[in-house]
Design a protein around this ligand. Structure first.
Ligand code: AMP
Ligand code: GLY
Length: 423
C-alpha cells in the first residue's frame, strides 16, 4: 500500500513510525513532515491548503491511502476532496469535523441525543452572555466557539473573570473563532482522554490517556497544546470505558449519521469523570498530540490495516491489541512557549533510543545539516515502565541526556498517576 501522511508534528512522527512497521506498506510519503518523520517516509513539500495540489500528487504517485493528522485540513474539507477524487482517506469530512471546529455544534448534538455534558448556552453578543453568567454564578466556563489552538477556553473561578473572558472573545482575542461564545457549567472531577475509531457505523475503542495542558509544574500557568501525557489513564476503569462507549460515543455515532454527517476517523473525547460518571468536555476529530505518541508506543497491532478499515467501512473486521505497561511522554519545548520563543536554536544531542524509549520530533528542522528547533513544542521523550512512576523516571533520564540549551519541560508529567501509585 502506498500511503501519504499529512502533518508535521510529534503526533505524525509517531504515526509514521508505526505505519512504517506495517508489512502492508510499500511506500510512505509525508507532507510536509519533519526530520524525525524523514527516517520513515519520503518528505514532500506540498501546500496542504491547496487541496487540488494534494489530489494531483496522489494521482501522480498512485497513492492508495491518505492519513490526515491535524484538525485544520479536516475542518477545511481535505478529506472530502480526497474522497471525491477516489482516494481512501483516514479523517472525517468537513461536516463531521464540526465536532471539533465548533463547540456550539457539539453541545447542540449532546442536547439532541442526550449525551452527558455541562449545561450551556450559545451567544453571539456580550450582553446576553454576561446576563447568563450573572444568573449562573461562578465557577463557570467561557469558550470561543471555533478553533483557537487550545487557547479559547477560560475556566473562570470568579464572576469578574468570566465577564472579562466574554469581553476578550468578542473583542477579537481569538479572531473569528470568538465571534460566537459558549458559556457552560463548570464540571468538577478528574480529566481523561478517550480515543475511539469509527467508520460511521461501528466503533473500535482504542485507549485512554491523560494530558497536561498547563505550561508549568503543578498545573500552573497558561494553557498549551499539551506538555506531556501518559497512557492508560487509571481513572478510566473498564466500567468508565464501557459507560463512555454507551453513553457518549454510540449516541454520537448514531446522531451524526442521523444528522447527515456520518463520522469516519478517530474520536478524541475529552472527558471529565465527575461523581455522576463520564461527561463530555469536548471532541477532537484527530489523534491527540502528545497523546498519540504514548498510544502508538502501546499499540501492538499493525496500525495501517486498522486506519484503512476505519476509512473504508470495515472496522468490524479488525481489532487492536495493547501493551499493558504504561507509556509516558515528556514534551520539550522552546523557552518562552506558549508565548514568543526563539527559532532555529541548535539541538546538539538526542540520546540513543531503545525498544522501550523513543524521542519523537515535533518542531524540528535541519538547517545546513544541523538539527534545530523551529517550533514551540519540539521533542517528545517517551518511555515505558511497569508503572507510571517507573516510566516517569525513565523518560526524565532520557530528557536529561538531551542537549538543547533553549529547551525546557515540566518535571511532573504523570503526577496524578504517580500519586495514586504511591497511595
Ligand atoms: P477544551 O479546549 O474544551 O479542552 O478546554 C480546555 C481545558 O479547560 C480542558 O482540558 C479542561 O481542563 C477545562 N475545561 C473545559 N471545559 C470545562 C468544564 N465545563 N468544566 C471544567 N473544566 C473545563
Ligand atoms: N494534547 C491535546 C490535543 O492534542 O488537543
Amino acid at each position: 500500500m502506498k500511503v501519504l501522511l499529512i502533518g508535521s508534528g510529534g503526533r505524525e512522527h509517531a504515526l509514521a513510525w508505526k505505519i512504517a512497521q506495517s508489512p502492508q506498506l510499500t511506500k510512505l510519503f509525508a507532507a510536509p513532515g519533519n526530520p524525525g518523520i524523514a527516517e520513515h517516509a519520503e518528505l514532500v513539500s506540498l501546500n496542504v491548503e491547496d487541496h487540488a495540489a494534494v489530489v494531483a500528487f496522489c494521482r501522480e504517485q498512485s497513492i492508495d491511502f491518505v492519513v490526515v493528522g491535524p484538525e485544520a485540513p479536516l475542518v477545511a474539507g481535505l478529506a472530502d476532496d480526497l474522497r471525491a477524487a477516489g482516494f481512501a482517506t483516514f479523517g472525517p469530512s468537513r461536516g463531521a469535523a464540526q465536532l471539533e471546529g465548533s463547540k456550539g455544534f457539539t453541545k447542540d448534538l449532546c442536547a439532541r441525543y442526550d449525551i452527558p455534558t455541562g449545561a450551556y448556552q450559545r451567544f453571539k453578543s456580550a450582553e446576553p452572555a454576561k446576563a447568563y453568567i450573572r444568573a449562573q454564578g461562578a465557577p463557570i466556563v467561557i469558550k470561543a466557539d471555533g478553533l483557537a489552538a487550545g487557547k479559547g477556553v477560560t475556566v473562570a473561578m470568579t464572576e469578574a473573570e468570566a465577564l472579562a473572558a466574554v469581553d476578550d472573545c468578542f473583542d477579537g482575542a481569538f479572531g473569528a473563532a470568538g465571534a460566537e461564545v459558549v458559556v457552560e457549567a463548570f464540571l468538577d472531577g478528574e480529566e481523561a482522554s478517550f480515543f475511539c475509531l469509527s467508520d460511521g457505523k461501528t466503533a473500535l475503542a482504542l485507549a485512554t490517556a491523560q494530558d497536561h495542558k498547563r505550561v508549568g509544574d503543578g498545573d500552573t500557568g497558561p494553557n498549551t497544546g499539551g506538555m506531556g501525557a501518559y497512557s492508560p489513564a487509571p481513572v478510566m476503569t473498564d466500567e468508565m470505558v464501557q459507560r463512555t462507549m454507551r453513553e457518549i460515543i454510540e449516541p454520537t455515532i448514531t446522531g451524526m449519521a442521523k444528522d447527515g454527517n456520518p463520522f469516519s476517523g478517530v474520536f478524541f473525547a475529552g472527558l471529565m469523570i465527575t461523581n455522576k460518571g463520564p461527561e463530555l468536555i469536548e471532541y477532537n476529530v484527530r489523534f491527540g498530540d502528545p497523546e498519540c505518541q504514548v498510544l502508538m508506543m502501546r499499540l501492538k497491532s499493525d496500525l495501517l490495516p486498522i486506519l484503512y478499515a476505519t476509512a473504508t467501512g470495515t472496522l468490524d473486521q479488525v481489532t487492536a491489541e495493547w501493551r499493558d505497561d504504561p507509556a509516558l511522554t515528556v514534551v520539550l519545548a522552546s523557552k518562552g512557549y506558549p508565548a514568543a520563543y526563539d527559532k532555529n536554536t541548535p539541538i546538539a544531542f538526542i540520546p540513543e533510543e531503545s525498544e522501550d524509549a523513543k524521542v519523537f520530533h515535533a518542531g524540528t528542522a535541519l538547517k545546513d545539516g544541523e538539527l534545530v528547533a523551529t517550533g514551540g513544542r519540539v521533542l517528545n521523550v517517551t518511555a515505558f515502565g511497569s508503572t507510571v512512576s517507573e516510566a516517569q523516571v525513565r523518560a526524565y533520564e532520557l530528557v536529561d541526556a538531551v542537549k538543547w540549551e533553549n529547551g525546557f519541560c515540566r518535571r511532573d508529567i504523570g503526577w496524578q498517576a504517580v500519586a495514586r501509585e504511591n497511595g
